[in-house]
Ligand binder design. Structure first.
Ligand code: EPZ
Length: 418
């Protein structure tokens, strides 16, 4: 088990390059089993969620090798359609293996997926969509048994623009007989990336990025070499860190459009933001005004994956902020840890009322989930004195070399084994 020791109060200066997006690479890895030809995904981030998904592919019989930052998947010999509960409990993203396995094998068995402890995270939208495509589903003893003779295109309407359900539908419809029209699709940039990846394999999909996606089933899919989009949530996390600490930082690889609402909120805090192509530069005095209101919404709204980090920012800003978390029921588990640093936050259901204090102080805190852990690191960077952040395994799921990147910006952060 490792921990971070962080000496707060240092301004951040410099440039960092965002990694390929975790929430794009994971569905791309799932999609790689749709073909028996070789698939190469470029510049994959060194994060544990990726390693876990690679482990799942290997368990199915695929050969997965790393060449530098690239990952090469050869699933010609993949023959298993069942994923162990240990791995699916570890990773929420295992759920979109259903679509891939059904397309490849017409069969799929997975345990109910795990993931961050941020809410119930049901998969009813996934399962009802798969049934529309002709899949027979049985849920028994914590496992989901899926099978179908043939996948047939259908009209599908999602009650909620679920990212994972949208991805699962693309993976299950891509080689189905006939046309699938998906209404109410999620519009995240990572969905567009998946469409581009699949079309690079020979699929015929259009409309990703809008709420109507049309998938014309094709007979075969070939190999592809693909460079995923960069991680807008990682980039946003570093921009928020610089806003809190003060200084001037540039994040490369992500276009401002993909985190437009965050940039709008950072300007509200008093930061100067400059965007040019795929570069975002932030200048901050470190003395911030609070955001009166932040409400998380599906893309292009304010990302739920930046809610915890924005709450940490507002904890040390002047004034008060109302944070409304609309996507997940219990995405405030990091708040008691922020309170140990002097934050004044009252949580009531999906709302958090933040009263800014002049400065947070160092404390020993523990990460409980991926983005909550990032929020604690950000709070520690801006706090007075030294903090320790424990349970880094949560942070390692989605941030590659967080300590090295922050150190390159001038932060005083050490990673030690305990
Ligand atoms: C994806 O999760 C991301 N994960 C999450 O990022 C992100 O927070 C989320 O989308 C929303 O943007 C990956 O892409 C691997 P959803 P996903 O289905 O697909 C409800 C991170 O920190 N819902 O859009 O699980 C669900 O309960 C992670 O990187 C149903 O009710 O999110 C939630 O309230 C955390 N039934 C809402 O929809 C369903 O069948 C959003 O879920 C599916 C979802």
């Amino acid at each position: 088990m490792d921990k971070f020791i962080i000496d707060g109060g240092r301004r951040l200066y410099g440039t960092i390059r965002a990694e390929s997006a975790k929430n794009s690479v994971l569905p791309l890895l799932a999609a790689s089993v749709l073909t028996e030809e070789q698939v190469t995904i470029r510049e994959v981030p060194a994060i544990t969620d990726v390693l876990c998904m690679v482990q799942i592919l290997r368990e199915l019989g695929a050969k997965v090798t790393f060449r530098g930052e690239d990952v090469i998947i050869d699933s010609a010999d993949a023959c298993c359609h069942e994923i162990s509960s240990a791995l699916t409990k570890e990773l929420r993203s295992s759920v979109f293996m259903l679509g891939s396995l059904l397309t490849r094998f017409r069969r799929a068995v997975i345990a109910y997926p795990g993931g961050c402890d941020i809410g119930l995270r049901p998969i009813d939208l996934h399962l009802s969509a798969l049934k529309r495509l002709g899949v027979k589903i049985e849920e028994r003893d914590g496992f989901i048994y899926c099978k179908c003779d043939v996948l047939r295109g259908a009209e599908i309407a999602l009650d909620f623009p679920s990212v994972g359900a949208t991805e699962n539908i693309l993976l299950a419809a891509v080689k189905a007989e006939g046309r699938t029209v998906l209404h109410g699709a999620a519009k995240e940039p990572e969905i567009v990336d998946l469409q581009n990846f699949l079309n690079g394999m020979g699929a015929n999909i259009r409309g990703a990025g809008t709420d109507v996606i049309v998938i014309e089933g094709v007979k075969r899919l070939g190999g592809v070499t693909f460079l995923p989009i960069k991680d807008r949530i990682e980039a946003g996390s570093y921009l928020i860190a610089c806003a809190v600490c003060g200084g001037e930082t540039e994040v490369e690889g992500v276009c401002g459009e993909n985190i437009r609402l965050l940039l709008h909120k950072l300007r509200e805090n008093g930061c100067k933001i400059h965007t040019k192509n795929d570069k975002i530069r932030i200048e901050s005095s470190g003395r911030l005004k609070s955001n009166r209101r932040i409400e998380t919404m599906p893309f292009p709204g304010f990302p739920t994956d930046l809610q915890a980090q924005a709450t940490a920012l507002n904890s040390g800003a002047e004034g008060g902020a109302l944070i409304i978390e609309n996507l997940f029921e219990t995405r405030y588990k990091y708040v008691p840890e922020l309170r140990k640093m002097g934050a004044d936050i009252e949580v009531n259901g999906r709302n958090a009322f933040v009263r800014g204090v002049s400065r947070l102080h160092g404390a020993t805190v523990a990460a409980g989930d991926l983005r909550g852990g990032a929020a604690l690191v950000i709070a520690a960077l801006g706090a007075e004195g030294t903090s320790e952040v424990l349970d880094l395994s949560h942070i390692d799921r989605g941030y590659a070399d967080l300590q090295g990147k922050l150190t390159s910006l001038g932060a005083k952060i050490k990673r030690v084994r305990i």
